[in-house]
Write a new protein. Structure first.
Length: 553
């Protein structure tokens, strides 16, 4: 009887561990951001740059003489909304920043929507990038809708058009943007507010600072303070007992908030307040007597210099309770020589500085990348020609070259300043890019791309340029600060944006001419320039250190 066959041996299977969550490797820019965040000063500077950009975008909402809505005689209009979607008759920097205002609203909405749609899904790096692009693209398109209003208009044909198109007396033009809709652009809403009658449903809602940066408030070279518009005149809040000097000699109309204790002859006695208030008119005395003991009221009148003291007295003209809804204009930082609010002009001046910084730097960064990349990649006679051009540009002092070019332009515009700074600032970037291209052109990944048959354009923009952008971004951060300084210097010298465009440099120029009586025109715009340039330089230092491999821990 044969022995039973042995059972086949089964190989021992070692249990494997369950696969863990997929760990994404950090890319180059993620490592740069991690290193950048370790520099707290640079990180705070980056946040301040974002705050300055939002301040420039939201300037019309923060300071504007146009109300959100205006209801008069049963008709409601929305002047501020109309201004936001059609700020000027021609394309200007206002359109750009008003677009960023709407973009700051649409971008969070689209980001939250995409995040809710993709929440809980394990996205690959490519899908995650596509979701980010969808959110950004959707926000960019949504922010355009308030400005779009396709329509056509008909106008009479000119003489040249009649010769070109005989028989056509009218020309139809197609427009994509909204038309200029502010028919009452010259309306002084602050002055007309007291004419509204709440009994018939009139009303208005103003911005945080109800002051137009381009229109005078009625006060010139006055210290910081507050005024209201009543009885078709501007009345400035004043403290009795102060000296009336040459610096505020033009303040004639004033109002004082105080409590009336009683009336003794021509003198109105105030509770706990120094100074002298006289009421020579019997009707005015009756108004003051009727308001005695009824809390704080507004005493409105004319300032007079006392004969027997260096102080002032208030010659009372009206005594009334102020409307709590009255839009009180507060000159928190004073006014300029034209009577325009300095704070409102500083807020709107941030638009000029930020736009000049970004647009001018964008122009010369593009030129520097193009010329520097061509010189570093093709070398030979191309490199020789571009380097001689760079040396020619550096022979001329940039600032004086900018002044010369701006001075010969008949029509002063902020766009010319952007263009001139951009056309004169590219040599430094071109040298940086050329050096990076010379270093990277012989790397293995570039040689592999050539072996695969890639053309020069693809190698330059697809393979070399992304690896050469580090020094360019650092240069751009410092360049924005330099462009802001250049624009401020041009405005100070009178070569900047045409008046009444609010610029920090132009306000400093006014302050220099009135340094004794208007110190705020020097201090506040100067501090704004100093702060802006400092945060850009600190952010540039942090970015440079973060992109340096030797600084990484």
């Amino acid at each position: 009887m044969s022995a039973p066959a042995s059972a086949p041996s089964v190989p021992e299977v070692t249990p494997t561990a369950a696969p863990g969550p997929r760990v994404r490797s950090k890319g180059y820019w993620a490592l740069v951001w991690i290193q950048f965040k370790k520099n707290k000063l640079a990180l705070v500077s980056l946040y301040m740059i974002a705050a300055l950009f939002l301040l420039a975008a939201w300037a019309p909402v923060l300071a504007n003489g146009k109300p959100w809505y205006w209801t008069e005689n049963g008709v409601t209009t929305y002047p501020l909304i109309q201004y936001l979607v059609a700020p000027t008759e021609t394309m200007s920097v206002e359109y750009l920043f008003n677009y960023f205002l709407f973009l700051s609203l649409t971008l969070p909405v689209m980001s939250i929507g995409v995040w809710l749609a993709m929440r809980g899904k394990d996205l690959s790096p490519i899908k995650f990038r596509n979701c980010v692009l969808v959110a950004i693209g959707g926000a960019l398109l949504l922010a355009l809708f308030p400005f779009l209003y396709p329509h056509s208009t008909t106008r009479p044909a000119t003489a040249a058009e009649l010769e070109t198109y005989p028989g056509r007396t009218e020309i139809t033009e197609f427009h994509l943007l909204r038309p200029w809709t502010l028919d009452n652009e010259g309306k002084n809403y602050i002055a007309d507010y007291e004419k509204l009658d709440p009994k018939r449903g009139d009303g208005a809602a103003f911005t945080l600072l109800a002051q137009d940066p381009l229109k005078p408030s009625g006060e010139i070279l006055n210290p910081p303070g507050t005024f209201v518009h009543l009885y078709d005149q501007n009345w400035r809040q004043y403290q009795l007992g102060v000296f009336k000097t040459e610096y505020n000699a033009n303040i004639e109309k004033a109002y004082l908030e105080a409590e009336i204790e009683g009336v003794n002859g021509d003198e109105v006695q105030l509770k706990g307040r120094p100074g002298k208030v006289v009421a020579e008119n019997s009707d005015v005395r009756a108004e003051a007597q009727a308001l005695a003991g009824k809390g704080k009221v507004a005493l409105i009148g004319t300032l007079d210099v006392l004969d027997d003291s260096p102080g002032v007295q208030l010659r009372l003209e009206h005594a009334k309770v102020l409307d709590p809804n009255m839009p009180v204009v507060r000159h928190l930082l004073g006014t300029d020589r034209e009577g325009r609010d300095v704070l409102a002009r500083m807020i709107h001046g941030a638009r000029i500085s930020m736009s000049v910084g970004f647009v001018a730097v964008g122009i010369y960064i593009l030129l520097g990348i193009l010329l520097g990349g061509l010189a570093g990649y093709y070398r030979g006679w191309v490199d020789l020609s571009i380097m001689r051009l760079i040396e020619l540009m550096t022979c001329f002092p940039s600032f004086f070259l900018i002044i010369t070019l701006v001075a010969v332009v008949d029509d002063r515009s902020i766009f010319y300043i952007m263009l001139v700074i951009g056309l004169t600032g590219w040599p430094g970037v071109a040298r940086l890019v050329r050096g990076e291209f010379l270093k990277l052109s012989d790397q293995d990944f570039v040689q592999s791309a050539r072996a695969l048959g890639c053309g020069g354009t693809r190698i330059i923009f697809r393979h070399i340029l992304p690896n050469a952008m580090g020094p360019v971004l650092v240069s751009a951060a410092f360049g924005v600060a330099g462009a802001i300084l250049t624009e401020s210097a041009l405005s100070y010298l009178g070569f900047g944006a045409p008046p009444p465009t609010p610029t920090w440099g132009e306000m400093i120029s006014q302050g220099h001419a009135h340094a004794d009586e208007a110190w705020w025109l020097l201090f506040f715009p100067g501090f704004s320039i100093f702060l802006t340039v400092t945060v850009y330089n600190l952010a540039g230092d942090g970015l440079r250190d973060a992109m340096d491999p030797k600084m990484r821990k």
